[in-house]
Design a protein around this ligand. Structure first.
Ligand code: SF4
Length: 366
C-alpha cells in the first residue's frame, strides 16, 4: 500500500461503505440477462459487449449471441463469419475476434473451463485488467478490482481522488484503492454495486446525490465538488476522413461488395466499394477512377444517395454515398456481386449497413 492511498483512505470507513453499497445493490439492481446466474462464460461475453457500448444496446445482442453460442464449446467451434454476423452493428469488431480466439484457447487448454486464476485469465486474448477483475469477482467471488472509466468516476468522487483518469497511470491508484476497500465476503456484489452506482446514480453529469446510498461516505458530496470530479483531460478530436462510397448495381441487379483486409480497422468485414478522397478534384471522378483501377470495370455514377458521418475513437468517416451501375459480374473470394436479399448474409460495419438499408428500402430508386 503506497502512502498516497493510505492518506486518501485515512478517514474512510470501508466496512460500513461495503454494507451500504451491497445492501443497496441487492435491493435496487436492474434485471439484466447476464445477471441470471454466475456462469463465467456469460459474464465474460457480457463484459466484452459492454465495453464502449450502452446496456440497452447490448441486451438484444447478448440474448441473441447466447442463443447462437450458449457455451464455450459452441463459440469455439463456430465459424468466424457467423460470430461477426452476430456482432454486426455493435462495433469494435476486434472484440468479437479476440473473444472467439480466447474462448478457443479456453476450450483447448483449460478443458472448456474459464480459468479462475488471475495470471491465466489475464493471458487470454482481449482480456485486460478490467475484464479479468470482472470475471474473477462476479463469477468466482474472488476479491479483485474491476476498474473502468465508470468506476474511476465514482471512486474519484467518493474518495476525493484528483488524478487525471485519462492518464493510464491513474488506473493503478484506483486499483489500489479498490483492493483496499473491496468486500472479501461478497466481492461480486461489491464490484457490481460500484458499476451499478455509476450507471444509475453517480452518472457523469448531474449525479443523483440526494438519492445516493453511499452519500454519507462521499467526500465530493461533503465538499460540493461532485460536478468537478473526475478530472479528465480531453482526448484529441477524431481525424476527419472524407470518403466516397457506392451502391454499384450490375446488369443482373446484383451489388458489388468486397471484404476488408484481415488485419486493421474493421478487419474481415464486408463493405461497398469506397475511396478516401483527396483534396481537389470532383468526388465522382475520384470514385470513378478508383472503381476503374481497382475492379477493372467501367462504372456509371448515377446520383448521390445520402451523406452521413460515422465516428470511431480516432477517426471520423465523412461518407458521401452514390448509386451507380456497371455491366459485368465479379465472383472472387474477397470481391463479389450479390443480390439484394443475399446482402443480409454478410457482416457489414455500421456505416455500410446503412448503405444496405438504403438499398433494401429502395431509396436508391427514388
Ligand atoms: Fe456520486 Fe453524489 Fe453519491 Fe457521491 S454522493 S457517490 S457524487 S452520487
Amino acid at each position: 500500500m503506497t502512502e498516497k492511498v493510505t492518506d486518501l483512505l485515512h478517514f474512510f470507513d470501508e466496512k460500513q461503505f461495503q454494507q451500504d453499497l451491497i445492501a443497496w445493490f441487492k435491493k435496487e439492481q436492474r434485471t439484466l440477462p447476464w445477471r441470471e446466474n454466475q456462469d463465467p462464460y456469460r459474464v465474460w461475453v457480457s463484459e466484452i459487449m459492454l465495453q464502449q457500448t450502452r446496456v440497452d444496446t447490448v441486451i438484444p445482442y447478448f440474448e441473441r449471441f447466447m442463443n447462437l453460442f450458449p457455451t464455450v464449446e459452441a463459440l469455439a467451434n463456430a465459424d468466424e463469419s457467423d460470430v461477426l454476423k452476430a456482432w454486426e452493428g455493435l462495433g469494435y469488431y476486434s472484440r468479437a475476434r479476440n473473444l472467439q480466439s480466447a474462448v478457443r484457447e479456453v476450450a483447448e487448454t483449460y478443458n472448456g473451463i474459464v480459468p479462475n486464476n488471475p495470471k491465466q485469465i489475464s493471458e487470454l486474448k482481449g482480456v485486460g485488467p478490467y475484464t479479468a477483475g470482472a470475471i474473477l469477482s462476479i463469477a468466482y467471488d474472488i476479491p479483485q478490482p474491476a476498474v473502468d472509466g465508470n468506476v474511476m468516476r465514482v471512486l474519484s468522487r467518493i474518495i476525493g481522488i484528483w488524478e487525471d483518469i485519462a492518464k493510464p497511470s491513474a488506473r493503478k491508484t484506483f486499483e489500489e484503492v479498490t483492493r483496499r476497500i473491496i468486500s472479501d465476503e461478497d466481492p461480486s456484489s461489491f464490484n457490481q454495486g460500484m458499476m451499478e452506482l455509476g450507471a444509475i446514480v453517480c452518472t457523469p453529469r448531474s449525479p443523483s446525490c440526494l438519492l445516493c446510498p453511499v452519500q454519507e461516505h462521499c467526500r465530493a458530496f461533503a465538499e460540493g465538488s461532485q460536478e468537478e470530479l473526475p478530472i479528465k483531460s480531453k482526448k484529441k478530436a477524431p481525424r476527419p476522413v472524407p470518403i466516397a462510397a457506392i451502391a454499384l448495381e450490375n446488369n443482373e441487379g446484383k451489388f458489388l461488395i468486397r471484404q476488408r483486409p484481415e488485419k486493421g480497422l474493421l478487419a474481415s468485414l464486408w463493405e461497398f466499394p469506397n475511396v478516401e478522397l483527396t483534396e481537389g478534384g470532383l468526388k465522382e471522378n475520384q470514385l470513378k477512377h478508383h472503381l476503374q483501377d481497382t475492379y477493372e470495370i467501367n462504372p456509371k455514377i448515377e446520383k448521390e444517395l445520402s451523406s452521413f458521418n460515422h465516428i470511431f475513437s480516432h477517426l471520423k468517416w465523412q461518407l458521401t454515398v452514390y448509386k451507380g451501375s456497371f455491366i459485368g459480374h465479379i465472383d472472387h473470394e474477397k470481391v463479389r456481386t450479390v443480390s439484394k436479399n443475399d446482402l443480409q448474409q454478410y457482416a457489414f460495419p455500421v456505416a455500410h449497413q446503412k448503405i444496405v438499408n438504403l438499398i433494401l428500402e429502395g431509396d436508391e430508386t427514388d
